[in-house]
Design a protein around this ligand. Structure first.
Ligand SMILES: *Cc1c(COP(=O)(O)O)cnc(C)c1O
Length: 384
């Protein structure tokens, strides 16, 4: 049985009429840049994420970039993040002229380990500490990082919090005082991606920045249009970070179904857990649900020693998987100049060597989930 890692055509089949109708509306209007559709999407995403404002941008990468630029982060500054994330997190930090200050991940959640964050900050000399300007936690695979203690560190050192929520739209966390918050609503800036494989995917590139500050909202709007206000008068150097009306129109349609799709992903995760347990596959480590609402952008298992072999075996059986991510960022060629050694972040190195994402998209059938676990069982049985 074929089980692709992701099948967007299955979802499109359920949306086709609606999508064609709204895209036609945009064609008739001939308004392709920003406009009412983008504003409507911004209002809806802000509300969905429990934020006051949202600014539609050209991609998740640009959401990170425009946030850093608006925060005034640049040459000589340091931004704290983890080396176990998609390239864009650190790519955007370095593109504004700053450098990443890496903190290792928690072994079970793959998110920034707040205790390591605290010890890293404590270990810095005064001069270096004064260069640290922001913390950029990543809510990896659809589960919020442990933001409570991260916020405490941010407050203590007067740092801006920029959430990389690209994989986590609608994910929630409950703070110690019992208050629940959604990804993107906890810091100064929340950065989202509408890349097609994200839970809310456009028909192309797109992104969003959320904020609770009117001042930052207004500055983000200016930064998105080359820093101009009014038109052709530039007080800051911005860029073209605009979201297309066509993408916004499609995303407005898709947002209505997001909770239903998220529920489908969560049900699939639950089904996997039962199937793995019934199959007695104790050597496979399943994802840990530590925070309140995991939206399962990815369902990532862990298998020590034979991950690549398993992946090849599943691939040969028609089961799609992916490694997110095979090489941590602190050891990428382009970041050699930062001077990190592989052993500096052992949990990131370990996760890169042992994790594997299984198909989790909401339209998967029960038989497909069963086939995935059955094939993993077969693999482990012959090679135990
Ligand atoms: C997808 C992703 C991004 C970048 O989003 P794009 O829309 O592809 O530019 C950034 N960070 C993380 C963690 C992501 O998963």
């Amino acid at each position: 049985m074929k089980v692709p890692l992701l099948d967007l055509r299955a979802q499109y089949a359920t949306l086709k009429e609606e999508v064609l109708a709204v895209t036609q509306e945009v064609y008739e209007s001939q308004q392709f840049i920003l406009g009412p559709k983008v504003k409507e999407l911004e209002d809806k995403v802000a509300e969905y994420c429990g934020c006051s404002y949202a600014v539609g941008v050209s991609s998740g990468t640009d959401a990170l970039l425009i946030s850093l630029m608006t925060a005034g982060i640049g040459s000589g500054d340091l931004v704290v993040t983890t080396p176990f994330t998609f390239f864009a997190t650190v790519g955007s930090i370095t593109r504004v002229g700053a450098a990443p200050l890496f903190v290792d991940i928690d072994r079970t959640t793959y998110n920034m380990d707040p205790s390591k964050l605290a010890s890293t900050m404590a270990g810095l000399g005064a001069a270096e500490r004064s260069r640290v300007k922001a913390i950029m936690p990543v809510h990896l695979f659809g589960q919020c990082a442990d933001v409570g203690p991260i916020l405490e560190t941010a407050k203590k050192h007067n740092l801006v919090l920029i959430e990389d929520a690209a994989q986590a739209i609608g994910a929630e966390i409950t703070f110690r005082d019992g208050v629940s918050r959604r990804a993107g609503s906890m810091g100064e800036y929340g950065c989202f991606s509408f890349f097609p494989s994200k839970n809310l995917g456009a028909f192309g590139d797109g992104g969003m920045v959320t904020t609770n500050s009117k001042d930052l909202y207004e500055r983000l709007i200016i930064m998105r249009g080359h820093g101009a206000k009014p038109k052709y008068y530039h007080r800051v150097i911005g860029g073209n970070f605009r979201l297309d009306a066509l993408q916004a129109a499609i995303l407005i349609v898709k947002l209505k179904y997001l909770d239903q799709w998220t529920a489908g992903r969560q049900e699939n995760a639950k089904a996997y857990r039962e199937l793995f347990q019934n199959a007695g596959l104790t050597e496979v480590t399943l994802p840990v649900e530590k925070e309140k609402r995991h939206i399962y952008n990815q369902f990532v298992i862990r298998l020590k020693g034979r991950r690549d072999e398993l992946r090849e075996f599943l691939n040969a059986q028609g089961i799609g998987t992916e490694v997110y991510y095979p090489l941590p960022l602190h050891v990428q060629d382009c970041f050699k100049y930062l001077g990190y050694r592989p052993e500096d972040f052992p949990e990131s190195v370990n996760a890169a060597a042992t994790t594997l994402a299984l198909p989790i998209y909401p339209e998967l059938k029960r038989e497909q989930l069963e086939a995935v676990v059955q094939k993993i069982k077969e693999f482990l049985a012959v090679r135990r």
